[in-house]
Design a binder for this molecule. Structure first.
Ligand code: TXA
Ligand code: MG
Length: 322
């Protein structure tokens, strides 16, 4: 990509107008959601969407999520049945993405869906994201605003660490409250399948229907095209379920853990740990480098509530890399 100057914008009416003008002109703008920062472009503009893939170094077979202001807008692009509507009513606006049949004459660039006949769609709750979506009036395609395979950003500084000089602007909406990407649920008739654990817990999703959502470990369940085994990779190696710190390691703790170099939540609160996870992964990677440690050891984290999504991200961070 050509080097360009990345504008650093604030949460003001004037800067929201700047963002909307940039989006209308087919530019790339990183913006906050309650989950992570997204790298946004006009979802109906193929050239703009192509630049998202280029900026991230993202494989083009991995489709993007579109963001809209509300359910009414969402229905212009996707076909909602009763099951889909139940999820939307229970969790929107919020950290849930629904994968639904794509509507005809939707106007969305084919690059967004990577040629699939389904579309991933979400209504974010973040006030600034809502302000931008309502003013723009069109869907915004936005993957997480990081280089493909790296840790997702939860602050503007994280965005700039990967993409300064590559994107047109970033607007500051503070640190993301949830801190993990949205949960992705694919609806196919009556069937609901979790493609990615995320900001809405499986327990909460299961309480929405009279039956349980299928999970990715069900061999017959549909899988997401973009769930790469190695992802969120820090520079140091990662060792999970570590009960103590070995030589050459730094420790990312959870719960009471005196030896922790950084603790996700000393009081073992999974919501706090989720909000801190990505920033902590970056910080402990830097600490490992300064201390000459080769490995990040991570305390065991229970697989309930947001712990399912936290463990999913940590498993990918620890996976063998290409
Ligand atoms: O919280 C989030 O979801 C953030 C914020 C910015 O909204 N976005 C995000 O986007 O995490 P990204 O691109 O990093 O992850 C999107 C995931 C990918 O795993 C992709 O494969 C999947 O959604 N996806 C997109 N369209 C799909 C489709 N039609 N069917 C199945 N999976 C799809
Ligand atoms: Mg991502």
């Amino acid at each position: 990509m050509n080097a360009r100057k990345t504008a650093k914008l604030e949460n003001t009416t004037a800067d929201i107008s700047v963002v909307v003008d940039l989006l209308r002109a087919g530019k790339l703008v990183a913006l906050p959601t309650e989950t992570v920062y997204g790298l946004g472009a006009d979802a109906t503009n193929g050239q703009a969407v192509a630049q998202i893939y280029a900026a991230k170094g993202r494989p083009s077979f991995n489709p993007l999520i579109i963001h809209v202001a509300d359910l009414e807008q969402a229905e212009k692009y996707a076909v909602f049945n009763d099951t889909a509507r139940q999820f939307a009513q229970a969790f929107w606006p919020g950290p849930l993405t629904l994968v639904l049949p794509l509507r005809k004459d939707h106007g969305i660039s084919e690059l967004v869906t990577a040629g699939l006949d389904t579309i991933a769609i979400r209504v974010p709750a973040h006030k600034l994201a809502q302000d931008i979506l309502q003013t723009f009036g069109k869907p915004i395609a936005a993957p997480s605003a990081n280089i493909s395979g790296r840790v997702s950003p939860t602050t503007p500084a994280h965005v700039l660490a990967d993409l300064d000089g590559v994107i047109d602007a970033v607007i500051d909406g503070g640190a993301c409250a949830v801190g993990l990407e949205s949960s992705i649920v694919k609806i196919d008739g009556d069937d609901a399948a979790l493609l990615r654990a995320g900001g809405v817990s499986l327990e909460a999703l299961n309480s929405c229907l009279e039956r349980d959502v299928r999970t990715p470990d069900d061999p017959d369940a549909p899988q997401s095209p973009g769930q790469l085994q190695s992802h969120y990779a820090p520079s140091a190696a990662v060792r999970l379920n570590a009960t103590h710190k070995m030589d050459g390691e730094v420790l990312l703790g959870f719960g009471a853990q005196d030896a922790a170099d950084i603790n996700l939540s000393p009081k073992a609160d999974l919501v706090e740990a989720a909000a801190k996870l990505f920033a902590a992964l970056r910080d402990i990677d830097t600490l490992a480098r300064t201390k000459g440690a080769t490995t990040i050891a991570v305390s065991p984290i229970p697989a309930t509530g947001l712990g399912l999504a936290i463990n999913d991200r940590l498993n990918r961070a620890s996976a063998p890399r290409d």
